[in-house]
Structure formats: C-alpha cells, structure tokens
Design a protein around this ligand. Structure first.
Ligand SMILES: [Fe+2]
Length: 240
C-alpha cells in the first residue's frame, strides 16, 4: 500500500478546496446558485478565500434571510421580479426583502458576469457600438464605472444599466439596492448588465483598503458574452 506523502495530501486538499462550489440546501423558495467556475478560477483578480467566503457565506446569508422574510408569502420564483415590485410586499417586510432580495439578486448577477482570466471574450458588435456612443469606447466605460465604484461611499454597487429608453447609463447604489427597484428606491432605475460589488467583503482579504486596485483588476475577468446577452435582452425590453 502506498502511503501518501504530506505534499501529496496538501495537493489533494488544495484541489478539494478549488472544486466547483455547489449550492447547499436552503429552506424556502430561493436557493444559492452554484458558480459556473471553481472558486480559484478568478485568481489573481479575486482570490480563492474571498470567493469561498463571499459566495458560500455572504451570498448564502442573503438567501437564508430572504427565505425567512418571505415565509408564508406567495412570491415569484425569479428574485428580480420580487425586488422590481417592492411596493407590493407588506410594509413590515419591505426592508428585509429590499436588503436580502437585493443581496441575492445582485450577487447572482455578479457571479455570472465574471469569467476566468483570458476567457472573457469580447463585447458583441451591438454592445460595443452602444459603449462607443455613450462613453466614447471601452476605456471611457471603464473610467466611468470605476469612478462610480470608487466614489460610492461605504458599501454598495456600481452599475452599467440599460435605461427605459434603451440607453447605457453608469450609476451606483448604496447597500444592496438594485436599479430594478425603480425610481422610488434608486436614483437611476434601469436593467443592470454589469454590477460591481464594492462592499469590503468583496475585496478586503486581498486588497485591504485598496478598492482602486480591485477595480483595476476586475476588468481582466469580465464575461463579455454574458454581458452582451444581458444587453440584448434589456434592450429588447426597453421602450425606446
Ligand atoms: Fe458581496
């Protein structure tokens, strides 16, 4: 019988920690989505420990608290529909649903618009043309979105949204608010196609207070085919 060496065991442990994150069972209508990549896939832009805690603890926590908040309610399966109609939820549950429904929706979007370095592809011709029109090109978009993210005081998100006229707009929200919540809840309503998490839990382990370095690195892991798909869908749903 072959006895595994210490280094062999360490390698196995490392491989195990990098397995595709699976969604643990959660009681209620909403569940934690599994990641489409391993938790070490986004290195060095986002480190493995941050991914495991962010997805497996923080996002899971939003799902758990959301399920508790909607217990006994008849709610839509799609959390985006739930947060887009906050006025219709009971007022005593609205804050919990806003915070935790937003947290679930925002993170669910965030994981899908990221891809392994070198595998993020390119924006569709339609999205590239819209970025050119609104921001003068990709560098202009990066500058606008990074500025929105860097200047968001405290915890929140920076967004690229398609507004009701079909135009691309950069905005940011505090806490777990989402542009889908509408004008009663956010400054700039719209359909998000990029969301950048600027809560400290998204970057602090690797970057500490250097939010700007995190924002610089995240462009290397953008999933442009998914962002382009969201753009086409949002554009089709816009009135303009
Ligand atoms: Fe987060």
């Amino acid at each position: 019988m072959t006895i595994p060496t210490i280094s062999c065991l360490a390698a196995l442990a490392a491989a195990g920690s990098a397995l595709l994150a699976t969604a643990p069972a959660v009681e209620g209508p909403y569940t934690l989505p599994a990641l489409a990549y391993r938790t070490n896939a986004l290195n060095p832009a986002i480190d493995t420990a941050t991914m495991e805690i962010h997805h497996g603890k923080h996002h899971a926590g939003y799902v758990r608290k959301l399920n508790a908040a909607v217990e006994g309610m008849d709610v839509p399966e799609n959390v985006e529909l739930l947060i887009a109609d906050l006025d219709s939820v009971p007022s005593e549950k609205r804050t919990a649903i806003r915070n935790n429904g937003g947290g679930h929706a925002n993170h669910s979007l965030f994981w899908t618009i990221l891809a392994e370095p070198g595998k993020g592809g390119e924006a569709s011709p339609e999205l590239a043309a819209a970025i050119e029109k609104s921001f003068g090109g990709m560098d202009g978009l990066k500058e606008a979105l990074s500025k929105a993210a860097a200047t968001r005081f405290g915890s929140g998100w920076a967004w690229l949204v398609v507004d009701h006229k079909g135009n691309l707009v950069v905005t940011s929200t505090p806490n777990q608010d989402n542009p889908l919540m509408g004008a009663r809840y956010v400054d700039q309503p719209g359909t998000p196609i990029i969301g950048i998490d600027v809560w400290e839990h998204a970057y602090y382990l690797a970057y500490q207070n250097r939010r700007g370095d995190y924002l610089g690195a995240i462009w290397s892991i953008m999933n442009w085919p998914e962002i382009s798909r969201r753009y086409a869908e949002a554009k089709a749903g816009a009135q303009g």
